[in-house]
Design a protein around this ligand. Structure first.
Ligand code: ADP
Length: 486
């Protein structure tokens, strides 16, 4: 059913009710600076109420059957499916991503609700052969309890469903704190959860400005009533939360930054590699933790690849506000801080001798948050773009000679989320896939995220996995039962 006025939800959602706060913060459209809404700027005492509501709701929700929870998720899915267009429009307004990408994100986000509505019934336990005749040994999975879900702005819908769907499927209740840039999508999700009959207190959304994020985050991580935290965002904030969680030995799942290598070997199909490169680099204007961050190109195909990349970028993208011109398929960056970060990374590279093959600057004719698709070559290890996650439409191209050198550069990073490479040599494919120090590998493929597969990183890219059957593990704990004297 299409829900009229879906975009009108501007209050927080706690214990099945829409709640206000005496403080508010504004949400803007980054493409044109239009004020979209003032939403409640909740502090600790207000978030505490959401934790209390989730704790109370857990008593009942955790006692429902897996089949009932699966059915509840399917009702939510029906609402989400029925409101695809409205959800995508809200997302485009508050994040600036092109509408076609928002529609893609709705489909991706819904795939988690679909998948975990089914996985709910597959949270199997185990009975293991006992070493002693008079005993039987059983292990069952039980829900963690109340979980705090803290999410970023780059995928305002999917980062919520990827956490909330397995949490609810497992029997957990949740308090969701969306990013301050994109709370409206989260509130729309709450409206549809309400419409779907998800019981009060099971799905709560609290909205807070950046100035309250620290105290609210700390409360969620240290409250004795919260059993676990699932966070997607920067490595910097992830470390703060990990630290807080250590106080109460609290379960934490972290999906943090990446610095994905995208390697092109000289035997690769360059046309396919360029198509993959565009998808891996420019989706969401480069603002994805799995975005290709460093293009490592073997020396004998370097010039050819860079030329192909330039031609394809020029013919594939039209930058601008997609709500005004639906042909626009490359949006703005989320906020001025991101624009300044990307700009300073490019300026740093240029000042140290990098060559700008394409773009290289802000596009002020479109607004103050648009940065042109950019290609940099002559890149050296002393440049910020060599080591930092750019989070913008900048393709950093680095030349290498041997496979060994490509792996050495690729793995020389404190993070390890995704890695991509293109080759037509099967032995090389296996060798490189095994040696890349990342959680996810794209082999001759630039788009790798699917609900059926485990998403997550190694090193400072995080802890835990989302999606796939392993996604349930983050929200369940094993209880071992020993039946004796049999
Ligand atoms: P980005 O740099 O991409 O904005 P962040 O890691 O800063 O990513 O933000 C991701 C999420 O973490 C957002 O919901 C944000 O409000 C929240 N956040 C930011 N700082 C803190 C903090 N100190 N404690 C808890 N949450 C925080």
């Amino acid at each position: 059913m299409q829900r009229a006025g879906l975009s009108m939800y501007k209050l927080a959602y706690v214990n099945g009710e829409w709640v206000d706060s005496n403080k508010k913060f504004p949400v803007f459209n980054p493409a044109n600076d239009e004020l979209l809404a003032d939403v409640p700027d909740m502090g600790e005492s207000e978030v505490q109420k959401a934790i209390d509501a989730a704790k109370e709701a857990f008593e009942q929700w955790s006692q429902t059957t897996a089949k009932e929870r699966g059915a509840a998720l399917r009702k939510w899915l029906k609402e989400l499916e029925g409101n695809k267009q409205a959800l995508a429009e809200i997302m485009t307004k508050e994040s600036g991503k092109p509408l076609v990408e928002s529609l893609g994100e709705v489909a991706y986000a819904n795939s988690f609700v679909d998948w975990f509505s089914e996985e709910a019934r597959r949270t199997y336990g185990e009975i293991v052969p006992s070493p002693v005749k008079s005993k039987e040994l059983l292990m069952v999975r039980e829900p963690l309890g109340v979980v705090g879900l803290i999410t970023p702005w780059n995928f305002p819908m999917a980062m919520i469903t990827r956490k909330a769907a397995p949490a609810l499927a497992a029997g957990c209740t949740c308090v969701i704190k969306p990013a301050e840039d994109t709370p409206l999508t989260a509130l729309a999700l709450a409206a549809l959860a309400q419409e779907a009959g998800i019981p009060k207190g099971v799905f709560n959304v609290v909205t807070s400005s950046r100035s309250n994020a620290n105290s609210v985050g700390k409360l969620l991580c240290t409250s004795p009533h919260v059993a676990g935290i699932s966070f997607t965002g920067s490595t910097h904030v992830g470390k703060i939360l990990y630290n807080h969680c250590s106080q109460g030995i609290k379960r934490i799942s972290l999906e943090l930054g990446g610095n994905a290598p995208f390697i092109v070997y000289s035997n690769a199909n360059l046309e396919k590699a360029v198509v993959g490169a565009l998808a891996a680099k420019f989706r969401n204007c480069g603002q994805a933790c799995v975005a290709a961050n460093r293009f490592l190109i073997q020396e004998d195909v370097f010039d050819q690849f860079v030329e192909l990349l330039k031609t394809n970028i020029t013919k594939s993208f039209q930058q601008g506000d997609s709500s005004k011109n639906e042909k626009c398929n490359l949006g703005p960056l989320i906020n001025l801080a991101q624009v300044e970060k990307v700009d300073s990374i490019v300026k740093d590279a240029v000042s140290k001798g990098a060559k700008v093959v394409l773009g290289g600057e802000k596009v002020s004719s479109l607004g103050d948050k648009f940065f042109a698709p950019t290609i940099l070559t002559n890149v050296t290890p002393d440049m910020l773009c060599y080591t930092e996650e750019v989070f913008g439409p900048v393709a950093v191209c680095i030349k290498f000679k041997t496979e060994e050198e490509s792996l050495q550069i690729a793995n020389n990073s404190s993070t390890g989320l995704a890695g991509y490479f293109y080759t037509s040599d099967i032995s090389q494919a296996w060798r490189v896939a095994k040696k890349l120090q990342v959680g996810m590998v794209g082999i001759n493929e630039g788009i790798i995220s699917h609900t059926e597969a485990a998403f997550g990183g190694v090193k400072e890219s995080g802890i835990g996995r989302e999606g796939s059957r392993h996604g349930m593990d983050e929200f369940t704990q094993i209880k071992y039962m020993c039946f004796g004297n049999l």
